[in-house]
Design a protein around this ligand. Structure first.
Ligand SMILES: Cc1ncc(COP(=O)(O)O)c(C=O)c1O
Length: 497
């Protein structure tokens, strides 16, 4: 007998079948609009786990029941990124057009790696890459690929740099190079994607050299000294990686100066602009990216400051042939040159084989809001971070560690003068934990200059000045309770404060 699943498949392709799920997303957007719900859950993973601890479902359930389980068991214990008080990691409150287009991307299920598997989406991705390369200031010889994110983009860029520095490594391994292996230089505050890639590429983690920061960006003088010393010692430089929009503070390295140094020394210049490249869409902030056109490769995550839902990473290269060189594999059953000799297949230039048409949601966001709309959103996110900075500047209990250059700000509760710095570190750690658990807001923490700090990333166009003022008020109230409890000897957050 024919299994009933085949009838269900036809039913589930109808519009009505989608509505419970569209409804879940739309009600979530609506519910979070005024910011009165808790931002996140106070439940720990072990407390959530029993919800899903059930036998593998042998037979299916009605659609409404599946939607209900998602609402009750999943959405009730999520971080509500669309909530204006959610100011945690670099995760977007996603652009609604892109959320809806996700359904279309999945329905089409085109694999953009191979043109014959995605006739229109492969071409669309190529055009999107052209637009982005144009914003960088590159000409038609540029190319690129969408990636799962900044980590893959930087890995791919360094793979291309390795192909240039060690052309035999692909076939014979890095040891075939003879002589000293090349090094990769990056700022001390670079994302771990850089050092991880150096290790993954077989150079060894020791070949990654961290350059000290000054004002949270790469110290160009220290870089100059190091490059000269390496040249004098005969150590080849495979690449210099600058960061545009650093993870911890959102600071921008001096791309112009670093690019000029790379030109003088001959190293590959990669810019990890996963966070900050979207400044190119803003007439106010574009200048922070000055010099980016000097790079040979740029990582740009549209799922960060362009507010696309995951994933929408991009790697752009000034010369498309560099990517072909990075992935020097052959797959004649997949990749074919066109009549004009051009290889449209993106798989020749990309880490992944099967790959989603994420380019479509980025394209759709540009069609719907325009580059100027996305630039205005970028400006707004940065303006709100600046409002927080202004509010902290006149607050007696908090200090900012830096002026925001983008939408990220690190600050610290400093408490009473003369307090032990380690105790203040611990106080900040517990303060963040308790505040997040309260549901009033959600922020992150990091270690900066050896001190535990609170960190805010504004990733939601709904977040305004009022919300960052509410954040400071909420943190102050939590800190006051902690001090009161400490005076009366109560243990807070599982820790003595
Ligand atoms: C500067 C920078 N580079 C790279 C990454 C990694 O990006 P992804 O998580 O998209 O791989 C991040 C993410 O936080 C980042 O801030």
């Amino acid at each position: 007998m024919r299994h009933p699943v085949f009838d269900l498949l036809e039913q589930d392709m109808e519009r009505d079948a989608a509505l419970p799920f569209v409804d879940l997303a739309a009600r979530y957007f609506l519910r979070t609009r005024d910011g009165t719900d808790p931002v996140s859950t106070a439940l720990a993973s072990a407390e959530i786990a029993p919800r899903f601890d059930e036998p593998l479902p042998e037979s299916g359930h009605p659609l409404n029941e599946v939607a209900r389980r998602i609402e009750l068991d999943v959405m009730s214990a999520m971080n509500q990124l669309a909530h204006p008080m959610c100011m945690g990691h670099q995760m977007s409150a996603p652009l609604p057009i892109a959320v809806w287009v996700e359904t279309v991307i999945a329905a089409m299920n085109q694999s953009v790696a191979v043109a014959e598997m995605s006739p229109s989406a492969t071409v669309l991705e190529t055009q999107l890459i052209r637009w982005m390369a144009g914003l960088i200031g590159w000409d038609a010889g540029a190319g690129g690929t969408l990636t799962s994110g900044g980590t893959e983009a930087t890995f791919t860029a360094l793979l291309a740099a390795r192909a240039r520095a060690l052309p035999n490594a692909w076939r014979h391994g890095v040891s075939a190079a003879g002589g000293p292996l090349p090094v990769v230089l990056c700022g001390e505050h670079a994302h771990y994607a850089v050092t991880r890639a150096v290790a993954q590429l077989g150079l060894g983690l020791d070949r990654a050299i961290a350059i000290a920061s000054r004002d949270w960006r790469m110290d160009v003088e220290a870089l100059t000294v190091r490059l000269n010393a390496l040249a004098a010692d005969g150590v080849p430089v495979m690449a210099v990686v600058a960061t545009a929009g650093s993870t911890a503070t959102g600071s921008f390295d001096d791309l112009d100066a670093i690019g000029a140094l790379c030109e003088a020394h001959g190293g590959w210049f990669h810019v990890d602009a996963a966070h900050g490249a979207s400044a190119l869409l803003s007439s106010t902030h574009r200048d922070r990216m000055r010099g980016v056109a000097r790079a040979r490769s740029v990582a740009w995550d549209a799922h960060k400051m362009m507010l696309l839902p995951l994933s929408a990473g991009m790697l752009l290269v000034r010369d498309e042939r560099d990517l072909d060189g990075a992935f020097a594999q052959r797959a004649p059953y997949l990749f074919h040159g066109d009549e004009d000799g051009r290889v449209w297949d993106q798989g020749t230039r990309s880490f992944q084989c099967s790959r989603r048409a994420d380019a479509l949601k980025v394209w759709a966001a540009l069609q719907r809001y325009g580059a100027s709309g996305l630039g205005a959103i970028y400006d707004h996110l940065c303006d709100v971070a600046r409002e927080l900075y202004a509010a902290i500047s006149v607050h007696s209990r908090f200090v900012a560690l830096h002026e925001p250059e983008s939408n990220i700000l690190c600050f610290r509760w400093v408490g009473a003068a003369g307090e032990d710095a380690a105790a203040v570190d611990e106080f900040n750690r517990v303060l963040r934990e308790r505040y997040n658990r309260s549901g009033r807001g959600w922020i992150t923490t990091t270690v900066l200059g050896g001190r535990r700090v609170l960190r805010v990333t504004v990733m939601n166009p709904r977040t305004s000045r009022d919300h960052v003022v509410a954040l400071l008020d909420g943190l102050s109230e939590e800190a006051t309770s902690m001090q009161r409890e400490a005076r009366s000897g109560v243990v807070a957050g599982g820790q003595q404060v």
